[in-house]
Design a protein around this ligand. Structure first.
Ligand SMILES: [Zn+2]
Length: 57
Protein backbone atom coordinates (compact mmCIF):
# COMPACT_ATOMS: atom_id res chain seq x y z
CA UNK A 1 0.00 0.00 0.00
CA UNK A 2 1.75 3.05 -1.24
CA UNK A 3 1.63 6.06 0.91
CA UNK A 4 0.26 8.98 -0.92
CA UNK A 5 2.72 11.77 -1.16
CA UNK A 6 1.44 15.10 -0.09
CA UNK A 7 0.79 17.10 -3.18
CA UNK A 8 2.76 20.22 -3.68
CA UNK A 9 1.12 23.17 -2.17
CA UNK A 10 -0.36 25.32 -4.78
CA UNK A 11 -0.33 29.03 -4.19
CA UNK A 12 -3.81 29.84 -3.17
CA UNK A 13 -3.21 33.47 -2.44
CA UNK A 14 -3.49 35.72 -5.42
CA UNK A 15 -1.07 38.50 -5.89
CA UNK A 16 -2.35 41.91 -5.11
CA UNK A 17 -2.96 43.69 -8.43
CA UNK A 18 -2.08 47.04 -6.96
CA UNK A 19 1.45 46.17 -5.93
CA UNK A 20 1.90 42.96 -7.90
CA UNK A 21 2.62 40.99 -4.80
CA UNK A 22 5.37 43.17 -3.49
CA UNK A 23 3.26 44.74 -0.77
CA UNK A 24 4.72 48.10 -1.57
CA UNK A 25 3.73 50.80 -3.97
CA UNK A 26 5.45 53.92 -5.15
CA UNK A 27 3.84 57.00 -3.77
CA UNK A 28 4.50 60.56 -4.75
CA UNK A 29 5.97 62.84 -2.16
CA UNK A 30 4.68 66.37 -2.29
CA UNK A 31 6.24 69.23 -0.45
CA UNK A 32 5.42 72.87 0.05
CA UNK A 33 2.27 74.81 -0.46
CA UNK A 34 2.34 74.26 -4.18
CA UNK A 35 2.39 70.57 -3.57
CA UNK A 36 5.35 70.14 -5.78
CA UNK A 37 6.22 66.55 -6.34
CA UNK A 38 9.57 66.07 -4.71
CA UNK A 39 9.94 62.50 -5.71
CA UNK A 40 8.66 59.09 -5.04
CA UNK A 41 9.13 56.73 -2.21
CA UNK A 42 7.97 53.32 -1.40
CA UNK A 43 4.87 53.11 0.68
CA UNK A 44 2.74 50.44 2.11
CA UNK A 45 0.21 49.10 -0.34
CA UNK A 46 -3.25 49.92 0.87
CA UNK A 47 -4.75 47.23 -1.30
CA UNK A 48 -3.21 44.42 0.65
CA UNK A 49 -1.74 46.29 3.60
CA UNK A 50 1.70 45.12 2.76
CA UNK A 51 1.01 41.44 2.55
CA UNK A 52 1.23 41.32 -1.23
CA UNK A 53 -1.78 39.08 -1.39
CA UNK A 54 -5.03 40.08 -2.90
CA UNK A 55 -7.88 40.22 -0.49
CA UNK A 56 -10.31 37.41 -0.88
CA UNK A 57 -13.79 38.43 -1.59
ZN1 LIG B 1 -0.84 45.27 -2.56
Amino acid sequence: MAARKPSARKPTAKKCPACKGSGEVAVSVRVGRKRRVAGQQTGLCLGCLGTGEAATD
